[in-house]
Design a protein around this ligand. Structure first.
Ligand code: ADP
Ligand code: MG
Length: 645
């Protein structure tokens, strides 16, 4: 016989229910700040002040100048499921305010010592309600300006487990700052202040300019690099800014998405952004953006997450493509060249109004910041082929020995370890380094060297066997030879793959490669995909596979070694990437391997060829990993540095 007695089922007392609910809404001090700020915004505040002591662990006080809560409503406001914002269940589907569950004040007053002071404009005096741990202590008249002040002391004093989980004041302050930032970004029209231990962290004047508020928070590094985007599709609109890829972050926290003024996190939209920045950012770097989306309330369910951070779109796919398309189009018509700007010892070098010093890039005078350039050529207008021809005609005139062909690719017969041939074998080799070492050649030297007619200056000067320097209309450009070559190869490869015209090199005797079992299985699973990038694989039995062909431009690499690096990519990425991503990753790898390296001395012809091919690139500004391929120093910057102006 069982000795276990059936347990009695009881209805939980309201205070316990509220504490459970409170746990859902109030995770830490930042949750309190978020809820109180949202209430102030919902109530129509034009000024809000948040004051903290010890990062909110001792005190949180939010003061607004909004509608206030009428005397007879004060107690109701702090009871559970009491709200002025919705009337019935249908309203849940057209929620335009931040709040609507009527739970925040009930939860907050359950887990802290709260004082609420409020006065509506038509009341002569305000009232102050004190509640400790959900127990009403007092309600007394008090003098108060119109609006509401809510003070929470000793958060979680009655839920010791939670209190124990509080992090240091410093950490909690960080979370609060983030909550504050989200709301302040969504509402530039509200004047907002954040103080900790009486020290102002942010003092934000009201403004109608979104970029101004963004600048207040994040300083000129971001504010100077905003690229406005704006697009509407049906009832969905996206407005705001993406940030020039020269500025990126190691995580996606600086992707601010606002849906109908509510800050949200949405994986699919984050993915759309990464897609749009593909090839513009280095692996592991994330775009920065500030985007506002608006859509009819019916098209989105905000009631899926207690803190309402996640939402459910009725038509997620369409919104994904909308965002991706908008950002991509914008980038196609924007010059994303990284501009080297030597910071002047500027007037605005000190922290701006309310901007915390940490956000301001240090004002080292030699520091290189990047600013967006004026939009130039719209690459979408001319069909690539017509444009190639046009550019080639130009190129042919200046350099008849340089027909557009695949000579930029490493030659199959290159010496081992140096898989290149001079790009134009017919031209006598005039070494540019002589020009560098000797400066302007003296007549005597000239006669001792190559005959003058063949001495042709290359289009750029190679320095440290790594960078190419050239004059441009704007000023001067410094090119990373490896990054640029990599980009060129990457684009050409991609084009060939898309056209089904990738040259592959068949092996007379297929090379057996033995791999760890999991890797062999992965390779055999992906033979089709590998074939698209020119790698022919056949099963051999056991954990051995045969490499029967590989991309011609990797002719100088050992097939087994090449396959192993491909496998590394396959293993690391196949779970999270679709096949298009994978092909792209592999293309990056192949381009990197095939490209000239830093340290390779280039002939004049090679330099010219690189620069001419640069003109043909869709994105000549970034290597496939997203590093910049070039830096532009404007004439003006140079003049300024040399104190000519
Ligand atoms: P919700 O915001 O979901 O309605 P809350 O518990 O946060 O629930 O607030 C309850 C009610 O108290 C609100 O619906 C609103 O009427 C009132 N209220 C809360 N904060 C303020 C404020 N700062 N100014 C005016 N009214 C407020
Ligand atoms: Mg609320």
């Amino acid at each position: 016989m069982s000795t276990v007695n059936a347990k009695r089922i009881r209805q939980l007392p309201a205070s316990v229910v509220n504490k459970i609910a409170a746990g859902e809404v109030i995770e830490r001090p930042a949750s309190v700040v978020k809820e109180l700020l949202e209430n102030s915004v919902d109530a129509g505040a034009t000024q809000i002040e948040v004051a903290l002591e010890q990062g909110g662990t001792e005190l949180i006080r939010v003061t607004d100048n909004a509608s206030g809560i009428a005397h007879d409503q004060l107690e109701l406001a702090v009871t559970s499921h009491a709200t002025s914002k919705i009337d019935d269940a249908d309203d849940l589907f057209r929620v335009g305010t931040f709040g609507f569950r009527g739970e925040a004040l009930a939860s907050i007053t359950e887990v802290g010592q709260a004082t609420i002071r409020s006065r509506t404009a038509d009341q002569d005096s305000g009232f102050e309600l004190t509640i400790n741990g959900g127990q009403r202590e007092s309600m007394v008249p008090c003098g108060a300006p119109a609006g509401t002040t809510i003070e929470i002391r000793e958060l979680f004093y009655n839920t010791p487990v939670r209190r124990k989980f509080l992090r240091s004041p410093q950490t909690e302050k960080g979370h609060i700052t983030e909550a504050f930032t989200r709301i302040a970004l969504a509402h530039p029209e509200i004047r907002m202040t954040l103080l900790n231990n009486n020290k102002p962290l942010h003092q934000l004047p009201a403004t109608h300019s979104w970029s101004e508020r963004i600048g207040e928070f994040f300083g000129p590094e971001i504010a100077d690099n905003l690229i406005p985007i704006s697009s509407e599709s049906g009832e969905v609109a996206i407005h705001g800014y993406v940030v020039n890829p020269s500025v990126s972050r190691a995580n996606n926290k600086m992707q601010y998405l606002f849906l109908n003024n509510r800050c949200i996190r949405d994986r699919s939209l984050q993915h759309a952004l990464s897609e749009a920045y593909r090839g513009l950012l280095m692996t592991g770097r994330f775009p920065v953006c500030f985007l506002r989306m608006t859509m009819p309330f019916e098209l989105v369910d905000v009631n899926v997450h207690p803190a309402k951070l996640e939402v459910r779109f009725q038509n997620g796919g369409q919104i994904y493509s909308h965002l991706l398309g908008t950002v991509r189009n914008k980038f196609l018509s924007t010059d994303l060249t990284a501009h080297a700007q030597l910071n002047k010892p500027s007037v605005q070098a000190g922290p701006g109004l309310g901007a915390p010093a940490a956000h301001i890039p240090s004002s080292h005078q030699e520091q290189i910041a990047f600013t967006p350039a004026a939009p130039t050529r719209d690459w979408t207008i001319a069909p690539r082929d017509a444009m190639n021809r046009q550019l080639l005609e130009g190129a042919t005139q200046t350099s008849p020995a340089m027909p557009f062909d695949d000579s930029i690719f490493p030659s199959v017969e290159g010496e081992p370890g140096r898989p290149r041939q001079p790009l134009s074998a017919g031209t006598p080799l005039t070494r540019f380094d002589r020009d560098i070492q000797h400066g302007e050649a003296t007549p005597a030297e000239t006669s001792a060297m190559d005959p003058p007619p063949t001495r042709r200056r290359p289009l750029a000067l190679q320095v440290h066997n790594t960078y190419l320097i050239s004059e441009t209309d704007e000023g001067m450009i410094v090119i990373d030879q490896h990054a640029l070559h990599e980009r060129i190869i990457y684009e050409q490869l991609r084009e060939k793959i898309l056209a089904g015209k990738l040259e592959t090199q068949g092996l007379l005797v297929p090379e057996p490669v033995t791999l760890p079992p999991a890797e062999a299985a992965a390779v055999l699973e992906q033979t089709e995909l590998l074939a698209t990038i020119g790698i022919g694989i056949q099963p051999f039995g056991g954990d051995t596979v045969l490499v029967s062909s590989y991309p011609a431009m990797l002719a100088n690499h050992n097939p087994a070694e090449m396959l192993r690096s491909v496998v590394d990519k396959l293993m690391e990425d196949s779970s999270k990437l679709d096949s298009r991503d994978l092909v792209d990753e592999l293309l990056h790898m192949i381009s990197c391997k095939a490209a000239i390296k830093a340290g390779d001395k280039l002939t004049n012809e090679e330099i010219d060829s690189l620069l001419q091919h640069r003109q043909l690139c869709q994105d000549a500004h970034h290597c496939p990993h997203g590093r910049p391929t070039s830096l532009v120093f404007s004439r003006q910057e140079l003049d300024r540095r040399f104190k000519r102006i």
